[in-house]
Design a protein around this ligand. Structure first.
Ligand SMILES: Nc1ncnc2c1ncn2[C@@H]1O[C@H](COP(=O)(O)OP(=O)(O)OP(=O)(O)O)[C@@H](O)[C@H]1O
Length: 373
């Protein structure tokens, strides 16, 4: 189901003006603090009545100012998952889940309940109360409760922000399953480039109330012009690759569009597809294929664009196969190498620089970032 959003709203000193249309899957709403994410989400949920709005999920219109239509929040069929699970402490997990079906006003669907419990791996927790659950388990139950309200849209507002790294790693595979095994569109608000790179099908990038870009994750993440908004230290590309072999020396070999990639062993069987995130800072460029070099990953490519700001750095985008790779080099290096669109180069990626946390199954907090390259 497509999600179509057009919202204009003015507060004293801040104007939100964002329109986008996204396909099924996870749409990440990403932007720095104060860019308007919460305002946009509240308007979609019906918690804020914007000056002008049109929101449609599939063929269901939730509001259209031109027609004077504005459904109240409880009639929008939107399921929410917040930073903290907000489960009812006096109810068991089973009762919390059933509350989801109860608020929907629809008949309880036992098969649907079993499917959600299985998908989220919460079958062993059903008789516990929230006080006896870990943070990650609470979030899984909160997701289950939202799903059982049979929503047309799942709105997830920084659902992992309150969790430590271990709990995040535990819950991310469940979010991937949710994305891949349901057809409910998910609007996922996050400050975390890592989470967005791993989960999102589409990225809506907001800056100062304006929509800077809406597009497929790989395309948005590797756009050098968007690197300052994403964060220069976090900017990088997202590639899809297939696991081809696990080697005895502890490395996993993958086939990416631009060539062969080696990583420290990952727990995905041969034939499996994964998303890789490669930080622009971890990519070096060479005009010739380097010989006798420790880096294992050398992909040939062609420069497609170069962007530089007021600082000493430049973001260089290359095409390797049909993938786009982003490299952050100094302007001095770019000049010395004579880089320009069309230049043939080799991207050198240190295999150890691709962190396990940046590896997502197929279909990852913005660190403080500077804004000059
Ligand atoms: N009720 C309000 N009245 C006036 N200004 C508001 C109101 N709510 C939000 N704003 C302003 O709108 C702008 C966008 O706020 P919003 O909370 O939507 O941003 P955000 O991207 O969600 O930020 P964060 O990531 O920090 O949560 C901010 O400048 C904020 O001060």
């Amino acid at each position: 189901m497509n999600l179509s959003v057009s919202i204009q709203h003015r507060f004293a000193g801040f104007t939100l003006d964002a329109s986008f249309e996204t396909p099924n899957g996870v749409t990440a709403l990403f932007g720095s603090s104060g860019s308007g994410k919460t305002t946009l989400v509240n308007a979609i949920a019906g918690l804020l009545r914007p000056d002008q709005a049109r929101v449609q999920i599939g063929d269901r219109l939730l509001c259209d100012s031109d027609q004077g239509l504005c459904l109240p929040p409880h009639k929008r069929r939107i399921g929410y998952v917040f930073q903290e699970g907000r489960l009812f402490p006096h109810l068991t997990v089973r009762q919390n889940l059933r509350y989801g079906s109860w608020v929907s006003g629809r008949q309880r669907d036992q098969a649907g309940e079993t499917r959600v419990v299985d998908m989220l791996g919460i079958g062993d927790l059903l008789d516990r109360r929230p006080g006896a659950l870990s943070g990650g388990e609470k979030q899984r139950v909160a997701i289950g409760r939202a799903l059982l309200s049979q929503p047309l849209l799942l709105l997830m507002d920084e659902p992992l922000a309150a969790l430590d790294e271990a709990r995040k790693a535990e819950i991310l595979p469940y979010l991937e399953r949710l994305r891949d095994e349901t057809d409910i569109p998910i609007l996922y608000v996050s400050h975390s480039v890592a989470e967005v790179a791993r989960l999102a099908t589409t990225v809506v990038l907001l800056g100062k109330g304006k929509m800077l870009k809406c597009g497929p994750t790989a395309q948005v993440m590797s756009d050098p012009a968007l690197a300052p908004a994403i964060g220069l230290r976090e900017a990088g590309s997202v590639l899809t690759a297939t696991v081809t072999a696990h080697h005895a020396d502890g490395l996993t070999e993958l086939a990416a569009a631009g060539g062969q990639v080696f990583l420290p062993r990952i727990g995905v069987p041969a034939g499996g597809t994964v998303r890789l995130r490669i930080h622009a800072n971890d990519v070096m460029l060479s005009l010739g294929r380097p010989g006798r070099i420790s880096a294992l990953n050398v992909l040939p490519g062609k420069v497609t664009s170069i962007r530089s700001g007021g600082g000493p750095g430049a973001m260089v985008q290359l095409k390797a196969g049909h993938d786009q790779i982003l490299a952050r080099v100094t302007k001095r290096s770019a000049t010395l190498l004579g880089l320009e669109p069309g230049s043939e180069v080799f991207a050198i990626i240190k295999s150890v620089s691709v962190a396990q946390a940046d590896i997502g199954a197929r279909n990852q907090s913005m660190a403080k970032s500077d804004t000059t390259t």
